[in-house]
Design a protein around this ligand. Sequence first.
Ligand code: ADP
Length: 482
Amino acid sequence: MAKQDLILLALNPSPILDLMERALTAAGFGLGIVHNRSELDKALQETVPALFIVGEKFVDMDGFSISAEILGRFPTLPIILYADKDTTGLAKSALKFGLSGYLYPPLKMEDIVNEVQRSLARARQLGDWLRREVKRTTSSLAEKADLSEAERQKLEAIIANIQDGIVVMDRKKNIILINRTVRDIFNLDKKDVTGLALEDVISNADFNALLARASNDPLKYHEINFDDGRVFNAQYTPISKIGGAVTMQDISYLKELDRLKSDFIHTVSHDLRSPLTSILGYTELVERAGPLNPNQQEFLHRLQSSTQHITALINDLLDLGRLEAGFDTRREFVQLQNILEYSLVMFEVQVKKKNITLITDIASDLKTLRANPIRIRQMLDNLIGNAIKYTLPEGTVRVSMSMQGDQIVLKVEDTGPGIPPEEQGLVFEKFYRATNTIDGVEGSGLGLAIVKSIVDSHQGRIWVESTVGKGSVFIVLLPVQE
Ligand code: ADP
């Protein structure tokens, strides 16, 4: 077993060297003996021995320094140091330098062989352990690499085949990844577009507007329209350390459904208006036709009020239909504060009845707006009407108008019940009424939908800031230059 092992000896000529030579040869080891530094270097260049024995003094060198240097090159090589005598420091230094053993006189042949075999066995154990560890680590690394490659392929397959359109881009908005759906949407065929600027590859105004707003004001919902009538809903999501991603879903069918629904409502409302007008007319005639007893009078008034209610609802629906169809193109120079005055006059009775404090705060530098005055009046009526309607008696309603750059900022503030955060985006939808609406406060849920359509048609923005139990502020931004 140990027959092939080569032991390298770096000892000054002495009887001990002879003894070692004899003992180790007899035990079947191969021996290499060097007599100076250059012989040692040469021997180590040619082969790495199984074990190295060095004298505490070798020629004019220190055995410990030589050992440290050799261990630096071959960290697992077992080294035995031979010292002329045992000193207390010998064992300590041997340990400190990482030697595997030491020998000192008196020495018998078997002492030498035993120490060599012990060191070799220990080195073999260490070598086996190291090999096992390396194998284990490399195989687990390979396993991990296999796994992450499999994961990557899986992810790529998912993104490639997903129905939603997905584009991933770096921070400079260059394409990192684009899936088949996006290629189909923008007719990109099989062109390799990776690395190109997204703006150069996709030339759609809505899409580019989404990208332009992506970094500072990411929009949750953004519609992308195509000339052929297709409509997509798109979202930008920032991805840290990468850049961002745009996902797109085809909502053309939803848009079509919405259009059909609006057409239906518009037709039905239109057809209902004429019979309602005649019902209202006849109820008025009944009163004039002859004296009615108090009961009949009461029923007739209820009938009239219900009919007026339905008529108002139908007018709202027809208005909304017209606004959504984009028929509102009338534009005039409008002084917002003048329209506000007319609107406030209309609410005087209600304000008095509920003892509401009404405050107006109109900036003196308010610019003229190019707008449809009838629609602007309708917008103010609805917002102020709601504020008064939802505010409890003794509350406060505040209307302010100011300039912010080229935009008029209108704020209608109240001390009403507020709107729960999760419903604040929904109150602008048709027929939506918040869950905390006060009992007995009537409404159709159409007012804010109309307001939103009016604001949209004037290229403005509207949103609500509200705290339940404290009140709401409806904020409208209207650009003065359309
Ligand atoms: P409605 O005819 O029900 O008032 P709107 O479209 O004007 O319909 O408003 C939608 C819903 O938004 C209302 O039903 C109400 O729940 C809520 N809302 C509107 N304005 C206010 C307000 N000033 N304070 C509290 N809730 C409001």
